[in-house]
Structures are given as structure tokens and as C-alpha cells.
Design a protein around this ligand. Structure first.
Ligand SMILES: Nc1ncnc2c1ncn2[C@@H]1O[C@H](COP(=O)(O)OP(=O)(O)O)[C@@H](O)[C@H]1O
Ligand SMILES: N[C@@H](CCC(=O)OP(=O)(O)O)C(=O)O
Length: 268
């Protein structure tokens, strides 16, 4: 059996969950995953950990509500779907977390907020206060205003990078990215049956990016490239990232127990 990771001292964690983990392939919400996620993160707060959840799924859930099978390409439609789905997503989170007596909050961010030192500090201070109060902030991009068409840069484009930005701003010890895949493979395992899981990566370079393929489902966005960019940002800040399968979000308990799960990205 592989060696245990030494994660006993980890206190502040950002967990990022992708659309693929929160929705079924028919576009409906994956209630079991959402419930398990709420149970797991609430359990961690009870253990004394501080947890931020970066949750995608607004557009996917909006598509499910309108029974859309294909993601519209025009920006206003995507923004309208995000507004519809975000509200539904938060309603479900509110219900499920309440079952476990856990308080949550909604934090919607755009890139420019974090480009300005003052507003970045405000975000940091507010999240710190929520964590001190035992609240789990649930972060997503503010999709209705986030667009690259304006002069100023508002868009993150994907929640993988948003999660790494948030994790570095609030000085989290660990970012856990939950997706629909067991970790980072030497090629896209959805396309190649002989793809091999890479348990640990200490350097991300051009060659690493060549192993990364596109998204896995019609609801997800970035695929592996954005996950590598997120991990790279974390490594630069000398912080840890784990990519693991979120089909059963209680896997986070085992990850924090130090079990050799998924791919660990750490500075070499
Ligand atoms: N080298 C790779 N290792 C693992 N997954 C890969 C790789 N290259 C491409 N992928 C694809 O990336 C997908 C996960 O990205 P994405 O669909 O954006 O998920 P999420 O919604 O969780 O962000 C996987 O389902 C897989 O098909
Ligand atoms: N802000 C968008 C998420 C974009 C995104 O990065 O999605 P994913 O690749 O599933 O993490 C939404 O909530 O639909």
C-alpha cells in the first residue's frame, strides 16, 4: 500500500466541485452527491476544520430546469441559465446543509474584484469572518456580469482557477478539486482505456499540458487544462492540491486522513 500523506495539520481547505459531479448526464441534479457533499463538509467543520466550497453547476442546473440538452452558445442565454440555476443550487444546498445544522453563505465573485487590492482585501476579510463564525462560504463566479466583452476583465472563465485564486487569497492549506475522474492521467481516460493515473506531480510543464485533454461532459467547461493551471497556481504559492473523483464526495474524509487517493500536486 502507498505511503500515507501527512495531512494532520491541515486546517483550512477549499473544496471545488465541478458540474460533472453535481449533475447527472440527463441534466438533472445529482441529489445524492449534493447530500453527501453537505454531510461531509459539515462533518469537517464539526471536527474543527475551516471549509470553503467552490461550486460550479449554475448553468448545468439551469439547463436541467429548462430541459435543455445542449448548452446554448450565446452569452445572454448562458448568463440567464446561470442566474436560474444558481438560485436553485443554493436552495438545495441550504436545505441539505441545514439538515446537518450547518450554516452556509453565498459568495459570487468576478475577476476584477480580485484585481483591485482593496476589494480583494474585502473578500479576504469577509471570508475570514465567515470561517471564524463556522460558516461554509459557497463560492461561484458571478456569471450574469462576468463577460470578456467589456473592457475591464471580469471573467474567470472557469471555477478551477477561481478555486485556486480563492485558496491562495485566504491562505488555505489545501485545495481539493472533485471531478468525474479519479485524478490526472497520462492521457484522457475517457478516450484511452490504457491511460494511467499519476499519483503525484511535483512539476507542471509543457509536457504535462500535452497530457491534458478537453472536458468530459457536455455540462463541464475546462477539462484538465484548467485544473492543471489551478494546480500550478497553488504550487507557485507552495500550497497543495488534490484532484480526485467526486462521485462520492465523502472521499474528502479519506483524503484528509492521508490515504493515497487521486493525484497530489505539490512543489518539488
Ligand atoms: N489527462 C487527463 N486525465 C484525467 N482526465 C482528463 C485528462 N484529459 C482530459 N480529461 C477529461 O477531463 C474531464 C474533467 O473535466 P471537466 O469535464 O471540465 O470536469 P468538471 O466539471 O469536474 O470541472 C474528465 O472527465 C476527462 O474526460
Ligand atoms: N460558473 C459556472 C461554472 C463554470 C465551470 O468552471 O464549470 P466546471 O468546469 O464544471 O467546474 C457555473 O456555475 O455553471
Amino acid at each position: 500500500m502507498a505511503n500515507k500523506r501527512q495531512f494532520d495539520k491541515i486546517k483550512r481547505i477549499v473544496v471545488k466541485v465541478g458540474t460533472s459531479s453535481l449533475t447527472h448526464s440527463n441534466g438533472k441534479m445529482n441529489l445524492q452527491a449534493i447530500d453527501q457533499l453537505s454531510y461531509t463538509l459539515s462533518g469537517l467543520v464539526n471536527e474543527g476544520k475551516q471549509v470553503v466550497l467552490v461550486s460550479s453547476g449554475a448553468i448545468g442546473v439551469g439547463m436541467g430546469q429548462l430541459n435543455l440538452q445542449e448548452r446554448p452558445t450565446d452569452i445572454p442565454a448562458q448568463q440567464a441559465l446561470a442566474a436560474l440555476g444558481q438560485s436553485m443550487l443554493m436552495t438545495i444546498y441550504q436545505q441539505r446543509f441545514a439538515t446537518y445544522g450547518q450554516k452556509i453563505s453565498q459568495v459570487l465573485l468576478t475577476h476584477d474584484v480580485l484585481d483591485y487590492p482593496q476589494s480583494k482585501e474585502n473578500v479576504n476579510n469577509a471570508i475570514n469572518k465567515m470561517l471564524a463564525w463556522g460558516i461554509i462560504p459557497i463560492v461561484n463566479e458571478n456569471d450574469t456580469v462576468a463577460t470578456d466583452e467589456l473592457d475591464h476583465k471580469t471573467k474567470f472563465g472557469d471555477n478551477d482557477q477561481l478555486s485556486a485564486i480563492v485558496a491562495t487569497i485566504i491562505d488555505a492549506d489545501l485545495l481539493i478539486m472533485l471531478s468525474d475522474i479519479d485524478g490526472f492521467f497520462d492521457k484522457n481516460p475517457k478516450k484511452y482505456a490504457d491511460a494511467k493515473l499519476i499519483p503525484e506531480i511535483t512539476e507542471i510543464n509543457e509536457q504535462t499540458y500535452q497530457h491534458a485533454g478537453g472536458k468530459g461532459s457536455k455540462f463541464g467547461t475546462g477539462g484538465m487544462t484548467t485544473k492543471l493551471k489551478a494546480a500550478q497556481r497553488m504550487m507557485k504559492a507552495d500550497k497543495l492540491t488534490i484532484l480526485a473523483n467526486g462521485v462520492n464526495p465523502s472521499i474528502v474524509f479519506r483524503i484528509l486522513n492521508g490515504d493515497a487517493i487521486g493525484t497530489l500536486f505539490r512543489k518539488g
